[in-house]
Design a protein around this ligand. Structure first.
Ligand code: HEM
Length: 76
C-alpha cells in the first residue's frame, strides 16, 4: 500500500478516535458518573486512548520525511 493511501486511512482513524477519546473524557470530566458510568468509561477510554497513541506514532512515522525536511535540516 502506498504511503499516501496509508496516511489517508491513519488520518481518518486519528480524527475519529480523537473525537471519541476526547469527547468521552470531557463528558465524564463535566458530568461525572451520570452520562457515562465509570465501568463503561473504564472499558472503552483506556483502550481507545492507547489506539490513539499508536495512530499518532504511525502518523509521525509516515510524515517523518516532512519532519526531517522542515525541522531537522542542517543549517548552512
Ligand atoms: C484526548 C483527550 C483526553 C481526555 C479529555 C481525557 C480525559 C480523561 C478523564 C476526565 C479521565 C478521568 C475519568 C474519571 O475517573 O472520572 C481519564 C482517565 C483516564 N484516561 Fe484519559 N483523556 C484523554 C486522553 C487519553 C489518552 C490518549 C489515554 C491513553 C493513552 C488516556 C488514558 C486514560 C486512562 C488509563 C485513564 C484512567 C482510567 C481509570 O480510572 O481506570 N486518556 N481521562
Amino acid at each position: 500500500m502506498s504511503r499516501v493511501k496509508m496516511l489517508r486511512i491513519v488520518n481518518l482513524l486519528l480524527a475519529l478516535v480523537f473525537i471519541g477519546v476526547a469527547f468521552g473524557g470531557l463528558v465524564r470530566m463535566f458530568t461525572g458518573d451520570s452520562l457515562i458510568p465509570y465501568a463503561t468509561f473504564n472499558q472503552i477510554h483506556p483502550i481507545s486512548g492507547l489506539i490513539f497513541v499508536i495512530l499518532v506514532i504511525a502518523h509521525i512515522y509516515l510524515n517523518f520525511n516532512w519532519i526531517k525536511a522542515n525541522y531537522l535540516k542542517k543549517k548552512k
